[in-house]
Design a protein. Sequence first.
Length: 423
Amino acid sequence: MKRVVVVGTQWGDEGKGKITDYLAQKADIVVRYQGGNNAGHTVVIDGKKYSLHLLPSGILNPKIDNVMANGMVINPKAFIAETEKLSNFKLHVSDRAHIVLPYHLELDKAYEQNKGDEKIGTTHKGIGPTYTDKSARLGIRVSTFIHPERFKSRLKELILFKNQELTHYGKEPIDFDQVYHEFSSYADVMRPYVKDTSYFLNQAIEASKKILFEGAQGVLLCLDHGTYPYVTSSSPTASSVPLNTGIAPWLIDGAIGVTKAYTTRVGSGPMPSEIHGDLAVHIRTVGNEFGTTTGRPRRIGWLDTVVLKHTKRVSGLSYLAVTLLDVLTGIPELKIAVSYNFNGEVIDRIPADIEDFMACTPNYITMPGWTEDITQVKSYDELPFNTKKYLEKLCALVGVPLGIFSVGPDRNQTIMVQSFFED
């Protein structure tokens, strides 16, 4: 497989950055294909932690070309803050990606406040309003942003329009001069990285380069196939990669589904296998389950294979990569949700309507836990018997083979089980 997508199979935070970073060592190009700085990837190399929000996970390897594709929405201020911490990297920014501007952030906050108890729990990074403007044909693309006069004219026009909306919500209007002068300096920094990344990627494909695609969030936060309306504003599925990068659908060779050995979720919305009490606190503490971008504590749940089978159907999965397996060490009994009770029926699918999904209660099987320290294992065979059984059951229930598992945060605590994306 030369062109592989890394997909989050749950509600995000599955460890996609870690798996992408690991696989990127075998790649020529790493492509971020959607989302903005409303998500975070944490990568640990030789004990040093790197938190990435916008940049592709391959950015830490100076040999890899990194692409921020047309499906992304890019906050230039965040872009500058992230790139200035790094050195010796190769980066290409799509001229068709859209720009996040200060009024997007303010409108994001206003929309959430206006929803009251119905709020989604966004990160207030302006991502939703930026994608809204893109769909409404009110957005500013990178190609316009880096052209001073065009940017000035378009920004002035949009700020007049957006200030009407902001004052309607009781927000302070945006000052055009301040924004233009600040963001023009960001454009000067971004300009050398900008190119037609679709053209670049298709040239790379013709040259048989190995390409790794990564998204933000997980499939259950997909605008179309997630737990709507508690979703993000784009699609993290593997099927969205061609549209969001400008390559043909048949050029994708496979997808690696990253799943935690349990389930987490940030923000509001249904989560049938959610755990409360001391056990949830224990898993959250051991797993350091706090948002990379927001620091918010993540909700904790048992592994849910209904969710994973949903992801397999709507996105496609070639292999599973199971992360944070070590966090479950010492828990005597482990539960796996295998189906839901809904309206007197047993189902293994996620209802489309959010009220129906909230009414679902999980049916579990129970697996014995393990007490052995697994953080130093280097192969599947070294795992304890009960750990192997847990992984075998997971893969059998989902119907996808195990490709990778992880027993700690560091790059060297990632173990390949199947050979793919190799020379």
